[in-house]
Design a binder for this molecule. Sequence first.
Ligand SMILES: [Zn+2]
Length: 241
Amino acid sequence: MARIQKAFERRFRELFAELGARDRDKGLAWIHHKAEQLLHTADPSSSKSATAPTLSHAYTEIAIAILNRTRPFRQKQRDRHASDHTHPARVHCDAGLGGLARWLRAAGCEAFWQQDITDAELVRETQQHGGILLTTDSLLLDRRPIVRGEIRALWIPPTLTMHEQLRYVRAELNLPATDESRCMRCGGELAQVNKEQVRDRIPPRTYKWLNEFFECTNCHQLFWEGTHWQRIQTKVKTATH
Ligand SMILES: [Zn+2]
């Protein structure tokens, strides 16, 4: 826990700096107090064992609340420093964040993920292509290009559920609510395709009932607004708040 707590402290200190807050030690003390309070007032019977509230969840909820409340201000600050080649909707996920990468793509984010990518490669890729590095490994934040501020990295609390990770990242990156999904398989852009052209690739029942089909411009995977799609959209929408 000590390492996780340290990583949260680091993020809150950065956030205070971004917001121009003066007494950062006092702010941090308030956050620790608030987190303990949240933890002890949480109703244990209302949560399933897999998502039992921990200090990590409490810190994340506080972070999301602060991020959402200060969103317009932070956006203005970022626009002012927009020359630093960061693409807010482009992220590079570490090897353990494949699931999050898929959901971020569904939320319209250009998310890169490679199985078995090493930390060094991940840092290099982010440097080369721009965007923000996402990792659950707080030690990775000590790498030189990150410490020097050459690339921006965001630490993702490892104990969060997928949905919580998604909510947290969306709040952190000020991602707008969008209906434009990207391909969940590779992150490519989706383009609407003519139903007749893809007839042999869709089940007959689907062909009969639906008219809108989308193809990934990169890997050519076919998507349509079946129940699976609706579930994805609902999940993405509830993660914006
Ligand atoms: Zn694709």
